[in-house]
Design a protein around this ligand. Structure first.
Ligand code: ADE
Length: 225
């Protein structure tokens, strides 16, 4: 799977995604991440990419031309249009189901805004999906794009060595994950639940399911509806 990230801060995205599991997936060729600097595509002689909002108001708005030309440079290179996600608090809230759906694509463009947003006309022209990572406002779309890349990439076959580990985790089946324990059997006066030491797999599965339901009821009852 290939991610094209359109941003004014490519080094932020590159630095954030070159470590640990995602970094290894890139090295192994399972995913590809290309951060493209929108500023490289401005035709303004001072390399300007933003301007004052028509109608007044605070802040600056990213101009249509550099964003459009950045996107079109990819379209021209690959020979077809690619789904384009604009990261914005006004979008649909990202969740595990969306991560799964995106992980089935071969390529996706993630468009990161800054300042007070991007000229609406270019969004109408190129954006296919508006995605938010939650009900709070960040300074730009880079962290949201990195979060999407992480959540999507780990669902790409081969990225996690144990593909099975995503079938039991939180939000699969609309349940939160059960508690986990590892050695030692007793720590700080607390024992590992007896059932996990029993070797009875059916009983262990039953206990874990119960724990998942209890946790979900306590912490995220909305998931059960
Ligand atoms: N840009 C700024 N805030 C954001 C959010 N919550 N989600 C996605 N993109 C954003």
């Amino acid at each position: 799977m290939k991610f094209y990230i359109l941003t004014l801060f490519p080094e932020m995205v590159e630095d954030g995604l070159n470590t640990s599991i995602i970094g290894r997936a890139v090295e192994n060729g399972l995913i590809e991440i290309e951060a493209i600097n929108i500023r490289d595509y401005t035709i303004d002689k001072h390399k300007k990419v933003d301007d004052y909002p028509y109608g007044g108001g605070a802040g600056m708005v990213m101009q249509a031309q550099p964003v459009y030309d950045t996107y079109m440079s990819i379209v021209e290179r690959v020979g077809h249009k690619i789904p384009c996600v604009y990261l914005t608090p006004q979008g649909k809230t990202f969740n595990q189901k969306m991560a799964k759906e995106y992980s089935e694509l071969d390529e996706v463009v993630l468009l990161c805004g800054h300042y007070e947003g991007i000229d609406e006309r270019v969004l109408e022209e190129i954006v296919t999906d508006y995605v938010s990572i939650g009900d709070y406002v960040l300074t730009g779309g880079e962290l949201p794009a990195m979060i999407m890349v992480d959540a999507i990439s780990r669902l790409v076959p081969g990225v996690l060595h144990n593909d099975d580990s995503t079938s039991q985790e939180s939000f699969s089946n609309n349940l939160l994950e059960y508690p986990q324990y590892t050695r030692p059997e007793e720590w700080n006066g607390k024992k590992v639940p007896e059932i996990l030491l029993s070797g009875n797999h059916a009983k262990v599965d039953e206990w874990r399911h119960e724990q998942s339901v209890l946790r979900t009821k306590a912490n995220r009852p909305d998931l059960l509806n």
